[in-house]
Design a protein. Structure first.
Length: 129
């Protein structure tokens, strides 16, 4: 099962790359419209409950893999923000920040779940010993 963030973050990054490559052309305008549509989707309230249910279904290995991927995506967004700050209008910068904050929240959620499982496993191991 895939969460909304798994789809939106990579799509937004692709669109940002397209905007950077085609700055000032009609292609850039189309890319901006597509990017705005992705942001509108992102800004709808995330279904936190279903995301948390998904976390319970993942193995620790799957959780760690997703966490590493999310960290890479988040780092990519931060780099893109730095590049785009000089070439985009302020309203778009604000929307990019919203995207980054949402990625941070998802990253935190995955990190907390992984930590919770590690603590649980450590406590279990100590009881067994």
């Amino acid at each position: 099962q895939v969460t909304k963030m798994d789809i939106i973050i990579p799509a937004a990054i692709q669109i940002l790359h397209a905007v950077m490559k085609a700055e000032g052309s009609s292609q850039a305008n189309r890319a901006r419209k597509e990017y705005r549509a992705q942001l509108a989707e992102l800004q709808r309230p995330l279904q936190e409950k279903s995301d948390h249910q998904l976390l319970w279904e993942l193995s620790e290995t799957e959780l760690l893999q997703r966490l590493l991927l999310l960290e890479e995506e988040h780092a990519g967004i931060i780099k893109l923000i730095a590049v785009l700050e000089s070439v985009t209008p302020n309203p778009l910068n604000r929307k990019i920040e919203v995207l980054s904050q949402s990625a941070s929240r998802t990253l935190t959620m995955y990190s907390k779940e992984l930590l919770r499982r590690q603590i649980h496993q450590t406590m279990h191991d100590e009881v067994v010993d």
